[in-house]
Design a protein around this ligand. Structure first.
Ligand SMILES: C[S@@+](CC[C@H](N)C(=O)[O-])C[C@H]1O[C@@H](n2cnc3c(N)ncnc32)[C@H](O)[C@@H]1O
Length: 262
């Protein structure tokens, strides 16, 4: 599948890394796009940080449920702590596959993060079969045991029938697997925010596809939503402030974790 990233346009991975405060890995076009986003609707920085806080709490909770292997889709650039860092605080041998369709993200991760039981592969969510059949995915993860499927701040970059994409991933998972999602919501943003956000991401390698609350909820078909259900990221199982590196609140995305019981 052709890569949507051509290097000359800003990428969502580097815009996001810039929003999180990473000074590496961004170049002029990314900083310009991130700065435009922040000046157009300043809450976007908090949205990125609240999203990252959810990701870390969700991985911790999934690992606490006994899951020792993770498939992190649309992993983005490494930001410490990464998924494997959090999972390994509970299971020292936790295995993690990172997937991204941005070649710069993949090569950066492979050079800096990959190691024993931690692997980054080039894959595109628009072709979930290719991800599921990737030899390095199969060699690292045991699909007969539960997997934590992480699709955080990525499914809104997948156009078209994203529910079919998630369903085909779900159908490959063993009972006890979990799905963690955040997704930009068309019902929680103002019309002005939607207009500006869509216009800016349109100029990047990852145009954004907003979905309704019901459409985001339907991504969890076949999963049992864990309490508190589908909520703003900061409201998903908040922890005491001294344990939360990203205390920001946001309204642009909705977040949830589901467990596969069948
Ligand atoms: C905003 S970053 C999210 C990073 C990380 N998941 C997090 O929430 O902290 C979105 C990432 O998804 C990747 N991405 C976008 N569309 C994708 C697709 N169709 N398949 C795989 N990765 C994709 C981008 O390259 C980028 O690295």
């Amino acid at each position: 599948m052709a890569h949507p990233t051509d290097g000359s346009r800003p990428s969502s991975a580097r815009i996001y890394a810039h929003l999180l405060g990473s000074t590496d890995d961004t170049h002029g076009a990314d900083r310009e796009a991130a700065d435009m986003l922040v000046s157009a609707f300043p809450s976007i920085r908090d949205a990125g940080r609240a999203n990252r806080g959810f990701l870390l709490r969700a991985v911790r909770e999934i690992a606490a449920a006994g899951v020792t292997q993770f498939l992190d889709l649309g992993s983005g650039l490494p930001v410490h702590p990464n998924v494997h860092d959090v999972a390994r605080t509970l299971h020292s041998g936790a295995r993690v596959v990172y997937v991204d369709n941005d070649p710069a993200v993949v090569s950066h991760r492979q050079a800096t993060v990959d190691g024993d039981g931690v692997v980054t592969v080039d894959g595109d969510l628009r072709d979930p079969k290719e991800i599921l059949e990737h030899p390095r995915v199969r060699a690292t993860l045991d699909f007969d045991r539960p997997i934590g499927l992480i699709a955080v701040a990525v499914l809104h970059f997948v156009p078209g029938d994203v529910h079919a994409v998630v369903a085909s991933l779900r159908d490959a998972l063993a009972p006890g697997s979990h799905l963690a999602v955040t997704h930009a919501c068309s019902e929680t943003m103002s019309e002005e925010e939607i207009k500006i956000g869509e216009a800016i991401y349109q100029r990047t390698s990852n145009p954004v596809n907003l979905r309704t609350r019901a459409e985001i909820n339907a991504l969890f078909d076949g999963f049992d939503l864990l309490p508190p259900g589908l909520v703003p990221p900061a409201d998903w199982r908040p922890v005491a402030p001294e344990f939360e590196p990203y205390p920001e609140r946001s309204h642009e995305m909705l977040a949830a974790v589901g467990a596969l019981s069948r």
